[in-house]
Design a protein around this ligand. Structure first.
Ligand code: MCA
Ligand code: AMP
Length: 496
């Protein structure tokens, strides 16, 4: 019975550096010890957590990795929380997943304490668990559920995507093979750790490979560039918005500083972009500035990574390459026919061991998301000269902003509660930095005033930063079809 191979492999890495955080380097042995402490504390004498959901609110660093591995080693299901979530968003995840215990870093404890108290959920400071002596830990089979990540979709509230240890291992090993991960790799980690991009592509692949992760508590541009200039990194993984911000920083830097940063980027063996479309212009500008050809890939919370440009060979701007090892991909037309050749668009459907098990507590939604064992991504693509190109999404209600997937319906449900809002329609508008930004058209209640700063302040209490409306238009009514239904593409045009 295979256990959690990611963790078993770490024993072989011993004193090699695993994670740098808080100004210190922590070895694989440190991580094993710290995660055993977390596991022992959670178990508290029990043999196995038996899939108890344990959430955590911890920035990137040793404590985060120890919490993730500790929950797994105790037989629990890890539920990483967004550090940027507003109180109602945290409550949704904690209640929907039926979380029984929360691990928080000491500085963040106060943010979740009232919720835990109200719901009767056990709250622990992760720092207090790391040194705990641990007796026997259970053997956790790879088929058991390991993690629930919340993702927005075409339903209002985010859904929990359940992956097993075997799913996560398949997601990791596919990338390790395709991108040639090595034990001497050194990568900065600045992406949020409640998404696959940060958890699997960066942290998971690095720890699987015996490589070294340098953790930043958030995307701190200056500090990251400083380290890039020291030529310490071999790998870099980011979303398109980050490359846009890096281009702006390089272009506005003094010549000497810029030269240092450019040399640091040029020295890396691989730079990857994903989570949202990388405009060909950004791809080309990055190459012109640094000499690096970005490798663009396509993925989704439910499948891990699906398509990728190659490590060796043509990295084509505007395209996402070919299926990754172990991933089967097909395109299916609206009428349900499987596309046989090139130049015909279809929905991307994916099959393979990396594909998630189910949506948490949503058997019906899970069922309708698969057709004959293939997962329906809701993304459209076309195969051109051997490479897939993403065309967009089937639903207008999915917005991608700064690499975050947002549901227009979820934002509408919140904005509608504002006392000055009679009706609202949320759309994504194209934006050079963020990919898309959230825009809201509102029919106001009679006799009320509504302005953008006021709405933003109000929304900031209820929604995370990426979901806050960046544009507001007050309209007498929305464009509607014959059935009276709001026509979103026409709403988008109102902003032009
Ligand atoms: C923040 N701001 C925004 C947005 N977010 N404005 C418009 N749209 C937004 N989405 C504003 C803030 O209000 C603030 O304005 C200013 O920008 C700076 O905000 P801050 O939060 O500090 O920004 P940042 O730290 O620079 O963050 C940008 C970021 C972050 C680093 C790009 O959004 C990020 O880490 N994104 C990555 C998400 C990710 O990992 N996605 C993977 C999921 P002011 O200055 O006026 O206050 S997808 C996935 O996992 C699948 C499997 C896949 O394929 O990878
Ligand atoms: P998430 O559910 O947050 O994991 O986001 C997954 C979605 O991000 C996919 O369904 C796509 O719509 C989008 N996405 C990821 N990578 C790319 C890419 N390289 N190009 C275009 N869209 C992408």
């Amino acid at each position: 019975m295979p256990g959690i191979r990611l963790i078993e492999r770490a024993r072989g890495a011993g004193d090699a550096p695993a994670v740098a955080s808080g100004g210190e380097r922590h070895s694989y042995a440190d991580l094993l010890r710290a995660s055993a402490g977390v596991a022992g504390t959670l178990l508290d004498g029990a043999e196995d957590l038996k899939e108890t959901r344990v959430a955590f609110l911890i920035p990137a660093g040793l404590e985060y990795a120890a919490a993730l591995w500790g929950v797994w080693r105790a037989g629990g299901i890890a539920v990483p929380l967004s550090l940027g979530a507003a109180a109602p968003e945290l409550e949704h995840v904690v209640t929907d997943a039926g979380v029984r215990a929360v691990l928080a870093s000491r500085p963040l404890r106060g943010r979740i304490e009232p919720l835990c108290r109200r719901l009767g959920v056990r709250l622990l400071c992760v720092e207090d668990t790391l040194g705990t002596e641990t007796s026997a830990l259970p053997r956790v089979a790879s088929e058991r559920p390991a993690m629930i990540l919340y993702t927005s979709g075409t339903t209002s509230k985010p859904k929990g995507v359940v992956t097993t240890h075997a799913n996560i291992e398949a997601q990791i090993t596919s990338l390790v093979e395709a991108w040639g991960w090595r034990e001497d790799d050194h990568i900065p980690l600045f992406l949020p750790l409640h998404h696959v991009h940060g958890i699997v592509n960066v942290l998971g692949c690095a720890l699987w490979s015996g490589a070294f992760v340098e953790a930043f508590e958030s995307f701190h541009l200056e500090r990251i560039l400083e380290r890039v200039g020291e030529k310490v990194y071999t790998l870099f993984m980011a979303v398109p918005t980050i490359y846009v911000k890096l281009i702006q920083a390089l272009e506005s830097a003094a010549p000497e500083e810029r030269q240092r940063w450019v040399e640091g980027f040029a020295a890396m063996r691989l730079m990857v972009s994903g989570s949202a479309a990388l405009p060909a212009s950004v791809h080309e500008r990055w190459t012109a500035l640094t000499g690096q050809k970005l490798l663009e890939r396509y993925g989704m919370t439910e499948i891990g990574m699906g398509l990728s440009n190659p490590l060796h060979g043509e990295r084509r701007p505007g395209a996402v390459g070919q299926p990754l090892p172990g991933v089967e991909v097909r395109l299916v037309t609206e009428s349900g026919d499987v596309v046989g050749g090139e130049d015909q668009p279809g929905e991307i459907q994916v099959r393979g061991p990396a594909v998630f098990r189910e949506y948490w507590n949503q058997p019906e939604v899970t069922k309708t998301s698969f057709v004959d064992g293939w997962f329906r991504t809701g993304d459209m693509a076309v195969l051109e000269r051997g490479y897939y190109r993403i065309l967009g999404r089937l639903s207008v209600d999915i917005i991608k902003s700064g690499g975050h997937k947002l549901s227009a319906l979820e934002i509408e449900d919140v904005v509608r509660q504002h006392p000055a809002v009679a009706e609202c329609a949320v759309v994504g508008l194209a934006d050079a930095t963020w990919g898309e930004i959230v825009a809201v058209a509102v029919v106001a209640e009679k006799g009320t005033d509504l302005d953008l700063p006021g709405l933003q302040a109000w929304a900031g209490e209820r929604l995370s930063r990426d979901k806050i409306p960046r544009r507001l238009l007050v309209v007498p009514d929305f464009p509607r079809n014959a059935m009276g239904k709001v026509v979103k593409p026409a709403v988008r045009e109102l902003f032009e």
